[in-house]
Design a binder for this molecule. Structure first.
Ligand code: URP
Ligand code: ZN
Ligand code: ZN
Length: 463
């Protein structure tokens, strides 16, 4: 099967050039001018004149079919990856979870394979959440890296009793990563102190969703970030901070990088386009934005944009963890019982193109780097994914820079009954999305197949 994408403007993290793209089966076979004259038999031709041609988006932070907060996230691997494809994302890296009570990492991995296999519409990989670092989980980390293609692990300084691990455990995991080349990802908030603040607020009778944010102050994200960065510095290994929300945390990453620490961090669109005022929406609407870390005060997003521009932040991922309002209502009388998380797997490229590139905050090439190339490099997918190059997987998005889209629960494909950006109008969106050479979305119609997505055995980080 040979596909020709003609006359588009190809954009990679480093270059912008007019070229045709020839895809043979699942790989990019050629990039160049007038390739229609060079390759005789073309099975499908896509006219990309006036459009951008970019490598498919890579979302390295999703929670599909995840048991959490007394319920399960609303998108599974079928609905979540279809929604991802609609938004121009052709690879996701989801979080498999070590079973509670220190169960085997391999069991958690098998569970996640079972959730995804035969369902995913685009390619997927797994990180592993380690909730108990001990002799056996440390040994299994080696096994996962060497034999299972799972080369990154997430640990938490938040959620005591659920995912929290102490500093010694974090340090041991970092040492292990130093040996086996894995990347440790940290959820950095001071969970034990947050729990005291929650207890105090509840004792005063506070119940509203805004208290989720008020009991998770930015200083406690800054503090935890400082601590885990110091641990990585002493262990002499790279560290990746997930869903960084606050200037206080970004300052720590920047200072660590300036000291020479291999510190990396991602932020998410919710921290760039929403803020604390959303918690003040009437009734129980504020629960839509209950996520951890929480939305920050207006103005904080300026620091994040600067971090994205200056490379103190390297990735924009989503932390897609959707819950319908029925589930959010588990916390109607107690903000601490509202399931943490919000949808975003479909809206990441729309928001960052419109609010980033079109508004002049980042360049086109930086956009591609943040949503595709840097995640591929940091998480062992490059050069197979994350760029337009001969031999790379043909994960390609034809992006219409003039397409007008209203972000809404009515028009989007995530299996959740609200959209945090409801009614927001953006310009720019995918017209065709190809996953390994196969057209999966065309003119906002899903034309792919569940089960097309393959498990990505990832290599070592280039951090
Ligand atoms: O609120 C969030 N972020 N939910 C998902 C779990 C996590 O900490 O990433
Ligand atoms: Zn987290
Ligand atoms: Zn998350």
């Amino acid at each position: 099967m040979r596909t020709l994408i003609e006359k588009g403007t190809c954009v990679t993290a480093s270059d912008t050039f007019l070229a045709d793209v020839v895809i043979e089966d699942d790989k990019i076979a050629a990039l160049g001018r007038d390739l229609g004259k060079v390759f005789d038999k073309i099975d499908k031709c896509i006219d990309a004149s006036g459009k951008l041609v970019i490598p498919g988006g890579i979302d390295v932070h999703t929670h599909l079919d995840m048991p959490f907060g007394g319920t399960v996230s609303a998108d599974d691997f079928e609905s979540g990856t279809i929604a991802a494809a609609h938004g121009g994302t052709t690879s996701v890296v989801d979080f498999a979870i070590q079973p509670q009570g220190g169960g085997a990492l391999m069991k958690g991995l098998h569970d996640w394979h079972a959730k995804a296999e035969g369902k995913a519409a685009v390619d997927y990989g797994f990180h592993m959440i380690v909730r108990e670092v001990n002799k056996s989980s440390l040994a299994e980390m080696d096994q996962l890296v060497k034999h299972e293609g799972v080369t990154s692990f997430k640990l938490f300084t938040a959620y005591p009793g659920v995912f929290y691990v102490d500093d010694a455990q974090i340090f041991r995991a970092l040492r292990k990563a130093g040996d086996n080349g894995a990347l440790i990802c940290m959820h950095a908030e001071n969970g034990p102190v947050i729990d005291v603040l929650i207890e105090e607020a509840k004792a005063r009778g506070e119940t509203a969703p805004v208290w989720h944010a008020l009991t998770r102050p930015p200083r406690l994200e800054g503090e935890a970030s400082h601590r885990v960065l110091a641990l990585a510095e002493v262990a002499k290994v790279p560290l990746y901070i997930v869903h960084l929300s606050a200037k206080e945390a970004l300052d720590q990453v920047r200072e660590a990088r300036d000291r020479g620490v291999r510190a990396y961090a991602e932020t998410c669109p919710q921290y760039l386009f929403l803020d604390h005022r959303n918690y003040q929406e009437p009734g129980f609407e504020g629960s839509k934005y209950v996520m951890s870390p929480p939305l920050r005060m207006p103005g904080n997003e300026q620091s994040l944009w600067q971090g994205l521009r200056l490379d103190d932040l390297q990735v924009v991922s989503t932390d897609h963890c959707p819950f319908c309002m029925k589930e959010k209502r588990l916390g109607e009388n107690d903000f601490s019982r509202i399931p943490n998380g919000a949808p975003g797997i479909e809206t990441r490229l729309y928001l960052t193109y419109d609010g980033g590139v079109r508004s002049g905050r980042i360049s086109l090439n930086r956009w591609v780097q943040l949503v595709s190339t840097a995640p591929a490099k940091l998480f062992g997918l490059w050069p197979r994914k994350g760029t337009l190059a001969v031999g790379a997987d043909a994960d390609v998005v034809v992006w219409d820079p003039e397409r007008r889209v209203t972000l809404s629960v009515k028009t989007m494909h995530m299996r959740v009954d609200y959209n945090p950006y409801e009614g927001r109008q953006v310009v720019g969106g995918p017209s065709q999305v190809l996953s390994r050479g196969k057209l999966v979305v065309e003119d906002d119609k899903f034309v792919g197949q569940k089960g097309h997505g393959r498990f990505l055995r990832r290599g070592q980080t280039l951090a």
